[in-house]
Design a protein around this ligand. Structure first.
Ligand SMILES: [Zn+2]
Length: 282
């Protein structure tokens, strides 16, 4: 048998290691037979390791499982922080700690990826947190319509709401970027939210409501300083977290502004769709 292996190895141009090769005698009555392969003596042994697994003449499974468990214990111990060794924390504390570390890791990943996405430029990335509901989805006890509004808002704030200028880019400049509603400017999110004259009636009505909510609670000087151009106003409407610090907005006020902005964007969207449908059905 050994000579067959040796011949096969020669035919296929590989070598069987002369000293690493060992024979394990699995018979009940151990013999003192001298094994040879290609004329060389192959030593016999009770236990040998092959591909990291111990091979013995019996019960090798028990042996390997025991060894694997020992390795796992050592690995787990090595992964613990040095302060944890002396006394293991209770299960719930341990779970909480692991959850926190995992969230920390994914938070960093999420933010670093999000910072490189131009489609997310109107969104406050620093405020995102794994395990915490994003403000746009904070809709506890809200009617179903509010969820529909939030979906539109989320699409707009993440650049997934397709406007004419996006179609222009996606069709490799085949589609016109010009706003189909007013034909005066390219239709991007700033145009839709702050400028399109066709949407002005809707905009004025709901924008004033939102602005009043802010000015009732915040110093107008701050408003005029930090929210004075179309881009800043768009960013505020899309994600009021962008101005949480500069305008010093409380959490309670934030919820109210979010609701007003959600409504404003939804009304603009509804009017836009209505006008576009009317144009397409002409
Ligand atoms: Zn327009």
């Amino acid at each position: 048998m050994l000579n067959v292996i040796d011949r096969y190895a020669k035919e296929h141009h590989y070598k069987i290691h002369p000293t690493k090769t060992e024979i394990i005698d699995c018979s009940k009555r151990k013999s003192s037979y001298s094994w040879t392969m290609g004329g060389k003596v192959v030593k016999t042994s009770d236990c040998s390791e092959h591909l990291g697994i111990k091979r013995t003449d019996g019960k090798e499974h028990n042996f390997n499982i025991k060894e694997r468990i020992q390795t796992a214990r050592r690995t787990k111990y090595a992964l613990m922080g040095s302060g944890v060794h002396e006394k293991l924390p209770k299960r719930d504390i341990w779970k909480e700690e692991i959850k926190e570390k995992v969230n920390q890791y994914w938070n960093a990943q999420l933010k670093s990826e999000a910072r490189n996405k131009t489609s997310l430029k109107n969104m406050n990335i620093e405020n995102l947190e794994i395990g915490k509901t994003a403000q746009v989805w904070n809709l506890q006890n809200q009617p179903r319509l509010e969820l529909r509004k939030a979906i539109i808002k989320a699409r707009m704030m993440t650049g997934a709401y397709i406007l004419q200028s996006d179609k222009h880019k996606f069709t490799h400049f085949v589609a016109e970027p010009l706003c189909q509603l007013c034909n005066t400017e390219n239709e991007d999110i700033i145009h839709m939210v702050t400028s399109c004259p066709v949407l002005s009636t809707i905009r004025e009505k709901y924008y004033v409501e939102m602005k009043m909510e802010i000015l009732d609670n915040i110093d107008p000087i701050k408003w005029n300083t930090f929210c004075c151009n179309k881009m800043e106003i768009t960013q505020l409407i899309l994600d009021c977290n962008n101005f949480k610090e500069t305008l010093n907005i409380s959490s309670e006020l934030m919820t109210k502004i979010e609701e007003k902005c959600r409504n404003l964007l939804f009304q603009l969207h509804a009017k836009r769709i209505e006008v576009l449908d009317a144009l397409n059905n002409k």
